[in-house]
Design a protein around this ligand. Structure first.
Ligand code: AP5
Length: 191
């Protein structure tokens, strides 16, 4: 199973991505987590991306794509399955990821779109901010991330609709209900 997720901040990419990975025993590639790990470990890459993360800006494509190439290579070694969480966020990333996947014969089977409105997403992220203290979880930066998603990332959905692999799920319901629908739809597509 090869899945990529296109969804706004707070829609549940991390939550559902972990469940999908466990269910299908595939690699969970969470770009935000990878980048934050570099920041915490103080690597050179971490120093380059820290400001972008804090402001809620997109990290330059070349950095994201280099990390993605490494993750695809690992996924290939592990059997070829993956669930991408947070990639792509731009049309350029979508096309580049497609080319890399094509060269490895592991293009996505499903583009999972978790749909939710900004009011619900803001509520979830402010709730998380109270416990997790992520540097980009404050009202101003969340608004910026949501605006960026609507303007830059959401249009990428048309690319996957055109390829016939888009699957949209209502992500405003409780986690368990979203998980049930996601796993049922992915299982049906895998059959
Ligand atoms: P990233 O870490 O991917 O952040 P994000 O897209 O803003 O998404 P979140 O992690 O906030 O939300 P999520 O959709 O994963 O939801 P989650 O399951 O956590 O990226 C961070 C930054 O890295 C970006 O801003 C950018 O700077 C950089 N970056 C990453 N990828 C990049 C790329 N490709 N190109 C360039 N830059 C990139 O859930 C959120 C909360 O809601 C949790 O508390 C959860 O418990 C709760 N929740 C989840 N589902 C439900 C539900 N159904 N009902 C109620 N609560 C729920």
């Amino acid at each position: 199973m090869r899945v990529l997720m296109v969804a706004p901040p707070g829609a549940g990419k991390g939550t559902q991505g972990a469940v999908i990975a466990e269910h299908f025993r595939i690699r969970h590639v969470a770009m935000g987590d990878l980048l934050r790990r570099h920041v915490v470990e103080g690597t050179e890459l971490g120093r380059r991306v820290r400001g972008h993360l804090d402001r809620g800006d997109l990290v330059p494509d070349e950095i994201v794509l280099e990390l993605l190439r490494l993750e695809f290579a690992e996924a290939k070694r592990d059997g070829g399955g993956y669930v991408l969480d947070g990639i792509p966020r731009t049309m350029a990333q979508a096309l580049a990821a497609y080319r890399v996947a094509l060269s490895l014969q592991m293009t996505a089977d499903v583009a999972l779109h978790l749909q939710a409105d900004d009011e619900e997403l803001m509520r979830r992220l402010l709730k998380r901010a109270a416990v997790e203290h992520r540097s980009d979880d404050n009202e101003g930066v969340i608004r910026r991330r949501l605006k960026q998603y609507r303007e830059v990332t959401e249009p990428v959905l048309a690319f996957y609709a055109g390829r016939g692999i888009l699957l949209t799920v209502d992500a405003t319901r409780p986690v368990e209900a979203v998980t049930r629908d996601v796993l049922a739809a992915l299982t049906a597509r895998a059959a």
